[in-house]
Design a binder for this molecule. Sequence first.
Ligand code: HEM
Length: 502
Amino acid sequence: MSSGILIFFVAVLATVFFYSRRHSKLPLPPGPRPKLFTGNAHQLPKKEPWLTYAKWAESYGPIFSFHVPNRQFIVLSSLQSATELLDSRATIYSDRPRVWMQTELAKRNLNPFNISCTHPYFKTYRTTLKASLSSRAIQSYQLLQTEQSHILLGILHKNPEHLIEQIRTNTAAVVLNLAYGWKVTDNNDHLINILKEGLEMSAVLAQPGRWLVDTIPPLRFLPVWFPGAGFKRLAFDLGKKLSRLDMIPFNWAKNQIHSGNYTHSFVSEQLLPEDGSTVSAEQEDITKWCSLGIYAGGVDTTTSSLSSFILAMLLYPEVQKHAQAEVDAVVGQDRFPVFDDRSKLPYIGALIQEILRWAPVAPQGIPHYAMREDVYEGYRIPKGATVIANILSISRDKEMYPDPLEFRPERFLGPSPQLDPRKFIFGFGRRRCPGTHFAEASLYLSISCILAAFTIGKALDARGEEITPPAEFESSGLLWLPKPFKCKFIPRNKDLLATLSQ
Ligand code: HEM
């Protein structure tokens, strides 16, 4: 080797060494003071960590860090830091943190929410989901969405008790039809029950802080018979049960397709390609996982936003009046709104943006993972850090949204509208939600039909006084839903409602 090449290699090595030393010497973003062995574990609440993160952001700024044993967290609380890292540097931040109990031991690593972006399936998931849920592709589900929004009106009219549960069943019916072509006919639906059971088991496996193996990963090598390795048996058992449950809706859809008597769905689209080509076992497996992702991603999120809409209408009657006036002026009073009306209803569009902002469905999104060390604003972001965009803090940023707790669709109208929350509410980079178009279309139709059919009013208590529910939310895993509340659906147009039962 010539001395020139040698000098070149030494220079490269020295530069790499210098930069790696320099990076590792940079400080982590500031954060709450940790304890010696347990880090900040003692300061983390069991539920709704996004509220604690929002408070910490006030003390430590838009990028802060904390740690629990074996895991470093970086929390981004401004739109700028979240987009600069998760969108612009997506090559570094598109992975998911390892959750050993769920992804490795119970073998749920191929679930679209958990899958590593380095897995060969990942790209296919993203292209398949994006194509099947694009604004053009979802037009083929408009009839389904219309039927189901009218069914929802009937339910709200006759039986407004257990409101959030009723909305959930209706949303599940839409998503099951979209994913598998399954038609829900009653409140005790076989497939809804199966999928619910599956989601509950997955929630047990993913419970933060519950499994020591997620803190001390080498514990996964314990033999199953070893005292204290009960978690491993549980993970295997739940993993097996879950893979059996996964197959039930998928096999049902496959059998329908083979029989020739099927409804168009995501699964039928994937298993019967337009070019007539045969589908490999791998493509079938991908279709099975993506259809589960559509169900898991679509039901509770839309349920939450629709429930928040009803709560907001109760608390802001003047907004409700304004929205009804727009629907009446554009649609008239002798039919329900349809998809073709959407572009002519800007106030309804702004109202949907405000629901997404005012009641963020996934207040801390889904955690991302730093695949290599990075530097941002003079801070070190270590390889392996869990990176969270605190969507709640962004949606309540006073600079972007003055009086952030107030529900004001007008923010998004006029010559200088405030920032469109869809820029961050659906997440970031290569993991951004693929279901945005479908979610918004479902929300548009249900919301405009409810406003055409009813005035949402306050329920009365035993003394005949109006109940004003608080604008309070509760967590369900990573999601946020309004706390159960009561209300009345007062028909605005009985003739129009009567057309529903014809
Ligand atoms: C109001 C409605 C919805 C909201 C606010 C929402 C929000 C989100 C967020 C924040 C993420 C995480 C993105 C990230 O990691 O940065 C996500 C992921 C996802 N969402 Fe949605 N979502 C909604 C509706 C839907 C619907 C209707 C579907 C399916 C039809 C869906 C399917 C998914 C899937 C499959 C993922 C995982 C993407 C991945 O990890 O690569 N979502 N969503």
